[in-house]
Design a protein around this ligand. Structure first.
Ligand SMILES: C=CC1=C(C)c2cc3[nH]c(cc4nc(cc5[nH]c(cc1n2)c(C)c5CCC(=O)O)C(CCC(=O)O)=C4C)c(C)c3C=C
Ligand SMILES: [Fe+2]
Length: 343
């Protein structure tokens, strides 16, 4: 029997510093998130980050926490429920970090008789720190605990025409009555090193103005290319004028170079340049979360106002948007019609 496992990033159990610390400990000790040798990661995470960041992060989580829980979890559950209403096979939800583990998600499906799983990482673009870590862990868990099931995954869908249409429609609908001079596409950042590490050609990624726009097999695993493509395709679909939109990368951590331009500096620059009304969209996130509700909608707005900007509009993520639910459900239904794969 076939079943579906949706997987998102995860959140702490509560916005209290002890839970945030536990969550950050698991998240940042992932070798695909902070990809340095174990001794250096342990020193950095347990010796430095976990002594300072949980308090500040907990304060940020408290500003966005809902009475039902973490927005990322609640919104992912709403997405799961709506997809479940549209498809005939069981749909479970798991998180890469935190209490809603991938093991529990797989167990839930196996208990319902599932032996063929369609794994859907809830990220439109591939990244070592997101999609890859989910796929690797799911396979480890399968081998160790569920050797008789098979797992197939949904590939990154950043340039899927239907996805681009759904994203463009949601942006257009939300901004319909809003007047804005500039639309910023802000994606979660990653260290530049992550991009070079996943360059399957070993020589294509230069992280400059040319590599991401020059066709290459490297693009299958290039987060930067995939983000720039989403911006290009949505801008084309929405007929955005050259100069009226741009791309930036948010949420950098540490001192290594991360993908640039940085979102906070871009907002600052737009404000300084005299832009009074800006809108921002965050297509690396399927569900609204700390990084969109606090870092963008609150901190970003504050920066913009300090620089003289007036109207700052944050477009919600796709969340449980009807068209997005229909699209994911159609991919699931198509997969369910494919031939059975044995483990
Ligand atoms: C080295 C650190 C990090 C990398 C690399 C990274 C990549 C990455 N993350 C997301 C999506 C999300 N990240 C979120 C929170 C978050 N991310 C990091 C660090 C890295 N992320 C930290 C330390 C945190 C926790 C909050 C904080 O202390 O600032 C979230 C929100 C989770 C929530 O509970 O709401 C999401 C979603 C992507 C897509 C990505 C690479 C492409
Ligand atoms: Fe992150």
């Amino acid at each position: 029997m076939k079943g579906v496992l949706l997987v998102n990033l995860g959140s702490p159990d509560s916005p209290e510093p002890k839970d945030v610390k536990k969550y950050l400990g698991e998240f940042l000790m992932d070798e695909r998130v902070i990809d340095v040798p174990l001794w250096a990661r342990t020193l950095l995470v347990k010796g430095i980050i976990l002594n300072t960041r949980p308090k500040a992060s907990a304060a940020a989580y408290k500003k966005i926490w809902w009475k039902e829980g973490s927005p990322l979890i609640v919104l992912s559950e709403r997405l799961q429920d709506k997809i479940q209403d549209q498809v005939d096979l069981p749909v479970s939800l798991a998180m890469r970090y935190g209490s809603m583990t991938i093991k529990k998600g797989l167990q839930e499906l196996v208990d319902k008789g599932v032996d063929e799983v369609f794994l859907i990482p809830l990220y439109p673009q591939f990244a070592m720190a997101t999609t890859e870590t989910i796929l690797v862990l799911a396979e480890e868990i399968r081998k160790a605990h569920f050797p008789n099931i098979s797992i197939q995954d949904l590939k990154s869908f950043y340039n899927n025409t239907n996805y681009i249409n759904v994203l463009s429609n949601s942006i257009e609908k939300y901004l319909e009555s809003k007047d804005y001079e500039h639309l910023l596409f802000s994606y979660h950042g990653v260290p530049e090193r992550h991009i070079r590490k996943r360059d399957i050609t070993k020589s294509h990624c230069k992280i400059d103005g040319s590599c991401c726009v020059t066709a290459s097999p490297a693009h299958e695993f290039c987060y930067r290319h995939q983000c720039l493509e989403v911006t290009r395709l949505v801008a084309e679909k929405l007929n955005l004028k050259e100069g009226s939109f741009s791309t930036s990368f948010q949420s950098r951590l540490g001192f290594d170079p991360w993908l640039q331009p940085y979102t906070d500096r871009t907002i600052e620059r737009l404000g300084k340049q005299g832009i009074k009304k800006m809108a921002i969209v965050t297509p690396a996130f399927v569900s609204d979360c700390l990084e969109t509700l606090e870092e963008i909608a609150m901190e970003g707005e504050e920066i913009f106002h300090e620089m003289g900007g007036k109207d700052f509009t944050t477009v919600p993520c796709l969340n449980d948007d009807k068209e997005f639910v229909d699209l994911l459900s159609s991919w699931i239904t198509d997969w369910a019609k494919t031939e059975t794969v044995t483990a």
